[in-house]
Design a protein around this ligand. Structure first.
Ligand SMILES: C[S@@+](CC[C@H](N)C(=O)[O-])C[C@H]1O[C@@H](n2cnc3c(N)ncnc32)[C@H](O)[C@@H]1O
Length: 334
């Protein structure tokens, strides 16, 4: 039987989607606007260009595997989560949530941050949502600019780690959709990287050249982020920068560096750059290339963030390699 829900996750089929997602996650079903489904299906556009699938030229499988085996530096994620949870939200939508990585990391932070709010993972890509559903997370497949969430249903909505994948022309629609689905007083958070920064160049010069899918996206300008959110109706809009460095540990200085390089190259799907032999020495040969991009201007680093790739010894047989990056984060209130 085909019901509208089949289209929310085609490969699951109605029965499985309903039983796994809506029955197991009853709270999610209460957040969906049933009356919107029919018109939504008529205008639905899930065929967005995407590289996070599981086909040969896509990098989704590598990305998901690598992210799970090397969670991002927890202090960085914690800073982002603290912005998202400024007002102690109960319901949070991750609108480009991939396979729910942020939801999973947040669940593991309850000791430091208290119990996690209900994170709903939403993403346009089929493989990402399949993976989230398999992890038992409440997840739904839909474009961020056109969701079927109830108006005024979330306490916080965020776009993080991949916001540049949303075409510039679609971005105001995403912020307006965030505004629609937030409760009054709810918070939007947008994280990405500054145009022209070394990180933006890493994406446009290195990932674009050495991955199979290419990476031709515009990043953001911090002051424009603030203006754009204000123009979409948000108030108390502000922005900040957060340390978003990759931090990888190893038993020796070379192992920490080589594991970090391997992690970064695999995460970003740089298959055309991967050495033929998977050895410490081979990965270290790629260090020079990374050194041009994992570098922070001293004015920005202000002594709190490493300004270039460095390794420090943390204790006996524990070395920490830091590959510096800085995120820009804008936030506003409905
Ligand atoms: C780099 S991935 C990051 C996923 C997730 N934020 C994470 O941290 O793992 C970017 C994600 O954005 C999703 N995406 C891109 N454009 C989108 C859109 N318009 N609506 C919903 N998802 C979108 C892609 O499908 C992809 O899963």
């Amino acid at each position: 039987m085909q019901t509208p829900f089949s289209f929310l996750e085609p490969s699951l089929g109605t029965e499985l989607y309903l039983s796994r997602v809506l029955n197991e996650h009853a709270q999610l079903s209460k957040l969906i606007d049933m009356e919107m489904i029919t018109p939504w299906l008529q205008r639905r556009n899930l065929d967005l260009p995407n590289e996070f699938g599981s086909h040969d030229v896509e990098r989704g499988d590598l990305y998901r595997k690598e992210r799970e085996s090397f969670p991002m530096s927890r202090p960085n994620i914690q800073k982002l989560v603290e912005v998202i949870e400024t007002d102690n939200p109960k319901i949070v939508y991750d609108l480009i949530g991939g396979n729910g990585h942020l939801a999973t990391i947040r669940q593991s932070m309850s000791e430091q941050l208290g119990d996690s709010p209900l994170f709903i993972t939403s993403d346009a890509e089929h493989s990402q949502i399949m993976s989230a559903v398999q992890k038992q997370l409440p997840a739904i497949r839909q474009p961020a600019q056109d969701t079927i969430f109830l108006s005024g249903s979330a306490d916080a909505v965020f776009f993080a780690y991949g916001t540049h994948h949303i075409p510039v022309v679609d971005r105001p629609g995403c912020w307006r959709e965030a505004h629609r689905i937030l409760k009054k007083g709810g918070r939007v958070v947008v994280q990405d990287f500054e145009n022209e920064s070394s990180t933006a160049k890493w994406y446009s010069e290195v990932i674009h050249k050495w991955s199979l899918s290419g990476h031709d996206y515009d990043h953001f300008n911090q002051s424009e982020m603030v203006t754009d959110l204000s123009q979409c109706g948000f108030v108390d809009v502000s922005s900040c920068q957060i340390d978003d460095s990759f931090v990888v540990r190893g038993k020796t200085k070379d192992l920490a560096l080589a594991d970090g390089i391997k992690h970064i190259c695999t995460l970003f799907g740089l298959v055309k750059l991967m050495p033929e032999v998977d050895s410490t020495a081979s990965w270290l040969k790629v260090l020079d290339l990374l050194s041009d991009y994992f570098v922070i201007p001293s004015a920005m680093s202000a002594n709190t963030i490493a300004s270039e790739i460095k390794v420090t010894q943390v204790s006996d047989e524990v070395f920490e390699a830091i590959f510096p990056r800085v995120s820009i984060v804008a936030t506003g209130v409905k």
